[in-house]
Ligand binder design. Structure first.
Ligand SMILES: Cc1cc2nc3c(=O)[nH]c(=O)nc-3n(C[C@H](O)[C@H](O)[C@H](O)COP(=O)(O)OP(=O)(O)OC[C@H]3O[C@@H](n4cnc5c(N)ncnc54)[C@H](O)[C@@H]3O)c2cc1C
Length: 388
């Protein structure tokens, strides 16, 4: 009797958007997938990000084809999955504008010199509004709902197993060629595998196997989630601000995203800082949170104190590489060990194409959806000491 080929066993480590998208596409394409996450799925940046998506904002750089493929994949995934249990995918109009903080509350009337591109709810002292994205080129998801919906579908439809545990090490067969054999979790549990994908976000720097090849910096950024009393007044317009604390100072660059859930998300105030071991221990700095509240109040009378319930005050870490390009590919010197990280401020946008390309690379040996050459970790080999 003909023996059926066993599906490839793949362990994906990290339950952020990158790990979850990778697990989803691997399992959809026939792999037997285990996802290892040390805390909970989307507990870190992938649950606390803005969820803003742009088709062409990475054009002219190495991330352009990844971003374009991923923007389109978000649209088709939404048609397939964004059903009754919505994860908030919708097209958006996107504006840039300048605003100087003032002590007085917004006037509830349009600023002088404004024009019709400003929605009524943006009634603060705004200058120079400009459309920088249309409903064809910009969109959004609720990142936590997106990531959690995708893992639920991966479990229900394709049998992905989720294990809560901390990856301690990747074990390698020390035969002629170094090949992945298993992963070992905190407490000693061993999971055998034919391939391992490391999608640890800013925690990539804590795994010696990766940090010996390249550096991942962690940039801490803050956000608040507001629930306005009058959610229907807020239209789907994303705002990118030049925010002046006083005339003449260097502007801050916070962003404001209304969500279809009725909430308004405001983020900004970033600085490089070491990521703590436990994602649950990440808290926002009170001063940064206070500035974001003032931003909200300055932009709109609907977002000031007394007009909103504050649903979240939080912080999370962007994973950034030395050359600002994500790292997606096979780890040099270890067959079957792959890495996907360093997506910086575009991980929610680029999650789907990263996951789909990684699934092709692991299962077919090459990616067709995106050329992964610019993202290869091999570009760092020789640049750092103690390489694998
Ligand atoms: C304030 C803010 C706003 C943002 N807005 C946007 C946006 O609008 N659009 C956009 O495209 N991007 C945005 N981003 C960027 C985006 O959030 C990130 O690029 C993306 O979430 C990174 O995903 P990740 O899966 O690589 O990492 P993470 O989401 O950090 O996930 C890594 C996971 O790995 C787990 N882990 C770590 N170590 C281990 C271990 N040893 N064993 C097991 N599990 C482990 C962690 O618990 C975590 O769940 C924003 C980011 C921030 C901070």
């Amino acid at each position: 009797m003909e023996q059926q080929q066993q599906p490839k066993r793949v362990v994906v480590c990290g339950g952020g958007v990158i790990g979850v998208c990778t697990a989803y596409f691997l399992a959809k394409n026939g792999a037997a997938v285990t996802l290892v996450e040390k805390s909970s799925v989307a507990c870190a940046a992938s649950g606390k990000a803005g969820g803003f998506l742009a088709l062409d904002w990475c054009d002219g750089g190495p991330v352009s084809s990844l971003a374009r493929a991923s923007f389109n994949l978000h649209r088709s995934l939404a048609q397939e999955l964004n059903g009754p249990q919505s994860y908030g995918y919708r097209p958006l109009t996107t504006l840039s504008l300048s605003i100087t903080e003032s002590e007085s509350a917004p006037s509830n009337s349009k600023p002088s010199g404004s024009n019709s591109i400003l929605p009524n709810w943006v009634d603060g002292p705004v200058r120079s509004p400009r459309t920088i994205g249309t409903r064809e080129t910009t969109a959004q998801v609720h990142p936590q709902l997106f990531t959690r919906t995708l893992i639920s579908k991966a479990i229900e439809n394709y049998g992905v197993e989720v294990v809560i545990g901390k990856l301690e090490s990747v074990e390698v067969e020390e035969t002629q060629e170094s090949r992945v054999r298993s992963v070992v979790l905190d407490g000693g549990r061993v999971i055998n595998s034919d391939a391992v994908v490391l999608a640890l976000g800013p925690w990539s720097c804590k795994l010696q196997l990766l940090s010996s090849i390249f550096k991942v910096h962690s940039l801490k950024a803050h956000s608040i989630v507001l629930e306005p009393k009058e959610p229907n007044a807020i239209t789907p317009h994303a705002l990118f601000l030049n925010y002046y604390l006083s005339q003449g100072t260097k502007p801050l660059d916070p962003e404001v995203y209304p969500r279809p859930t009725g909430e308004v998300y405001v983020c900004g105030m970033s600085a490089e800082e070491e990521v703590p071991d436990d994602p649950e221990q990440i808290v926002g700095n009170p001063e940064a949170i206070a500035v974001l509240k003032r931003v909200a109040k300055s932009v709109s009378s609907h977002l000031g104190e007394g007009e909103v319930e504050v649903k979240a005050e939080q912080a999370c870490f962007l994973p950034c590489t030395d050359d600002s390009v994500p790292v997606i590919g096979e780890v040099p010197g270890i067959q079957g060990c792959y890495v996907a990280t360093g997506h910086s401020c575009w991980g929610i946008l680029n999650g789907p194409a990263t996951g789909a390309a990684m699934a092709e690379l692991v299962l077919d040996g090459r990616a067709s959806i995106v050329d992964l050459t610019p993202f290869s970790p091999a570009r760092f080999v020789g640049r750092r000491k103690g390489k694998v």
